[in-house]
Ligand binder design. Structure first.
Ligand SMILES: *Cc1c(COP(=O)(O)O)cnc(C)c1O
Length: 444
């Protein structure tokens, strides 16, 4: 047993394959449906949006999927990421628990998102694509794809949720520094955006709206494909490098977690850390608790319905079965912008439905309080999203994912420090209306 605070793996231990949890699931997840026919979609339905390699991964049931060498080569810039034992936080909390965290803020973009951005840019370039369109909430995904696009020579255009575009000018500047273009969404550049603006010119925007705009651009331009930063199976797959490394680092530390925690927006960083541990459990290994923590203002799992829904507000995407607040639901403008999505990854939703994982919803003030306590003991200022994943508990060994740093979120911390941060609540009537409007699906 070691008493280190930091567990580093050598570069040679970067995973050679991503872990596909579908291979080990006791019950297979529900198929993706065509909104017109209500029938399962085939690869051709997705071809306008994604390269074939990613479509293949989306529906794969193979357990291990090889990471291409050029992707591993870029991973080497910051991977393996460190695993820390939070000894100073343990002391500050006066807890007998051992708290470990995997830190994904060491990537160039400052979060876990480049793990999939690099892979997606690679497969698109392999298939001759020159442009990517995408949406971003707080800007972490947009800046991650901009970074990956720059490395692979792809043009990236980003639709950024309007409230975040206004709150986080430095994330926009970062995307532009990497050579991407970024506009506030909804915008007048797309039919979907113009329709949303006509309906409500003052809308704060939402990820659902920005996705419609980005999908429209990809669907109507042959040289452009669409990239999504969370939710989809292939995105969660790419993030499993986090958990694969963490398993090895926990072994170095001589511990195994009793509880594995991650914040959950679309579910990708939680899945990235948890899926390799859940897979080990499915294959007869130890059985920790798995907890996904979501914002109380956008409580997809704890308040949403498990049903088929569109991934976007403009209803351009196929139907996926997930925990959802309804595709027309617009969450209030709280600070953890990366968690403001109406749905939850179908694979995370499925595991939640099977009772394999737990979900919790927390308000933003306690999160910022935890974030400051973490900063003052561990030195890293967590992204507002990541503060959701911190928890003190009575478990013996806690492992959580510190999905990113908060160095671009100081305006939000400033608001908290000056006592002006409100705990926003969602509009319950609007939520009921959005849920009442869920699409009717015959084949369930
Ligand atoms: C985007 C983001 C999240 C939320 O997205 P998931 O797909 O749920 O991981 C959480 N933390 C950070 C730092 C992010 O950038």
């Amino acid at each position: 047993m070691s008493d280190s605070v930091k567990y580093n793996l050598p570069e040679s231990r970067i995973a050679t394959s991503w872990y596909n949890i579908v291979a080990d699931m006791p019950v297979p997840p529900a198929p993706v449906l065509h909104p017109g026919t209500g029938q399962p979609i085939g690869p051709d339905d997705l071809a306008p949006l994604f390269p074939m390699a990613l479509i293949g991964q989306e529906v794969s049931t193979e357990r291990d999927i090889e990471i291409p060498e050029p992707v591993r080569d870029i991973y080497r810039m910051w991977r393996p990421s460190p695993l820390y034992r939070a000894r100073r936080l343990e002391a500050a909390l006066d807890t007998p628990a051992k708290i470990y965290y995997k830190y994904e803020g060491v990537s160039p973009a400052g979060s876990h998102k480049p793990n999939t951005a690099v892979a997606q840019a690679f497969y698109n370039r392999e298939e001759g694509i020159t442009k990517l369109s995408t949406e971003t909430g707080a800007g972490q995904w947009g800046s991650s794809l901009a970074f990956a696009g720059a490395l692979f020579g792809l043009e990236v255009s980003v639709f950024m949720v309007k409230v975040s575009y206004q709150q986080k000018p430095y994330r926009r500047a970062m995307m532009e520094a990497y050579g991407a273009s970024c506009v506030a969404s909804p915008s007048a550049l797309t039919e979907a955006g113009r329709a949303m603006l006509a309906q409500d010119p003052d809308t704060t925007g939402s990820l659902g709206m920005a996705i419609s705009e980005a999908v429209e651009v990809a669907a109507t331009n042959d040289d452009t494909k669409y990239a999504l930063g969370s939710v989809l199976n292939h995105v969660l797959l790419h993030q499993t490098v986090i958990g694969t490394e963490a398993m090895e680092q926990m072994e170095m530390a001589g511990d195994y977690p009793d509880v594995v925690i991650g914040c959950a927006g679309g579910g990708s960083n939680f899945a990235g850390l948890a899926f390799p541990f859940i897979g080990a459990k499915f294959r007869g290994g130890p059985s920790p608790r798995f907890i996904a923590v979501e914002p109380a203002a956008c409580p997809t799992m704890t308040r949403g319905t498990f049903a088929y829904d569109f991934g976007d507000t403009g209803h351009l995407t196929p139907l996926v079965k997930m925990h959802t607040l309804g595709s027309t639901f617009v969450p209030p403008g709280f600070h953890a912008g990366g968690l403001r999505y109406h749905g939850m990854a179908p694979l995370v939703s499925h595991l939640y439905d099977l009772g394999e994982i737990e979900a919790r919803a927390v308000h933003q003030n306690p999160c910022f309080e935890a974030g400051l306590q973490f900063a003052r003991s561990e030195g890293i200022i967590p992204a507002p999203e990541a503060t959701h994943a911190e928890e003190e508990g009575t478990s013996r060994v806690i492992l959580f994912n510190l999905s990113g740093h908060g160095n671009f979120d100081m305006a939000a911390y400033d608001e908290y420090l000056s006592g002006n941060l409100e705990d926003k609540d969602y509009d319950a009537e609007a939520l009921d209306a959005a849920l009442a409007g869920l699409p009717q699906v015959a084949a369930e």
